[in-house]
Design a binder for this molecule. Sequence first.
Ligand SMILES: NC(=O)c1ccc[n+]([C@@H]2O[C@H](COP(=O)([O-])OP(=O)(O)OC[C@H]3O[C@@H](n4cnc5c(N)ncnc54)[C@H](O)[C@@H]3O)[C@@H](O)[C@H]2O)c1
Length: 401
Amino acid sequence: MRVLQLGVGSVGEVTARTMATEPEVTKVVLADIDEARLAQVAPKLPAGKVETMQLDVHDKDALVKTLAGVDLVVNGLIPEINPDLMAACLEANTNYLDMAAAGPRDIVGTADVDEELALDGAFKKKGLTALAFCGIDPGASDVFARALYDQFDTVERLTVLDGDNSSADGVDFAPSFSPTTMVEECLILPPHAFENGKIIRRQSLSKSGDFEFPAPVGKLKVWNVDHEESQLMPLFLADKGLRKADFFIALDDAWVNLLLTWRKLGFDHNKEIEFGGARFRPLDLLVSRLPKSVDLIGKMHGSVCVGTLAEGTIGGKRVRRFMYQITSHDDAFTKFGVQGTGFQTGVPAACAGLLLAKGIVTTKGVLAPEQLDPQPFLELMTKHGTPWGVVDLPADEELPM
Ligand SMILES: NC(=O)c1ccc[n+]([C@@H]2O[C@H](COP(=O)([O-])OP(=O)(O)OC[C@H]3O[C@@H](n4cnc5c(N)ncnc54)[C@H](O)[C@@H]3O)[C@@H](O)[C@H]2O)c1
């Protein structure tokens, strides 16, 4: 299989390197607007398998040329581009994979995962597969949800929890993934949640509680934020009595206070404003003061846990089960020269692509991670350095969120 890795940032590097280790992947073309990044990443892939290409994905003619002869496009760019890229893949007869939904258009209230899922018929008609939302969360978190769902007789609650206990050398605010996406999903987008069988929108930063993540991450304060899983899990995993589905991420107090101040100043949107004769987005101003995820490589110390909690019954007994993956930022740097979130996201994305390369997924259309068979995906996750665990928690204690 010939793979085009579009965007070799923090995540794209890991996805490309992981896919290139498997024999079914014969060539990986790395394409990015940033030539220096291409030069950094290319030598880390097997020499005979890698090509590089400087590309601005907004240059439609160049993109169409690049897609020629490619079997799978792995999109490691900022998600706003997803619908345009999916359209280009349909035109060029290329399979497609991404790691997040194009959320920011969603402020007026349409569910953002819908935009990609709506292309299901178009991909089917062309005999192509699009693997959508396949990182760690969304991605592995949804596969965990599906694996747990398959173990339970009834499932009333599915909640994804993401906790990172790390600090970053010399950096006050260190979003470990795209800072634009981080501000949008924590502050700007009202979180989707599934409550009493219905999708609702909560106010951002309005719901929080402590959660004890497995060691070494430990207890962290988690906040309800907008995420794909809150829409995907009810869409695909509701048939065993689901009443509640949502997503929580650990945020430190200083970051929450900064975002709440930004809101008080009236900047909690992603539109342009005019000031001093110039037009700009306050979002871009804030992001310009934050480090990029690749700038944090080697500076982050601690571990990140992403997992899915299922509550329901097995054989008439109440069960609360948490399935999770933990990555150490320090280990990811020592072993692979990348930061933990890039590693933890990039490996599951590669595993999804490998399911296609190995002929394990043959279904056509746009597939959410809940629609994948969990077993081969989970085996590949372990094989490529992101093993997962499962723990049963006391089912009768009140969860603080
Ligand atoms: N599902 C998950 O768990 C998860 C977690 C983290 C990130 N993500 C998603 O993964 C994607 C990549 O995240 P990241 O942290 O690697 O981002 P990043 O900013 O590190 O990398 C993006 C890359 O795209 C390149 N790029 C930007 N504009 C371009 C253009 N016009 N043409 C070509 N290349 C361009 C940049 O040079 C950079 O190398 C994002 O969509 C993010 O939302 C998903």
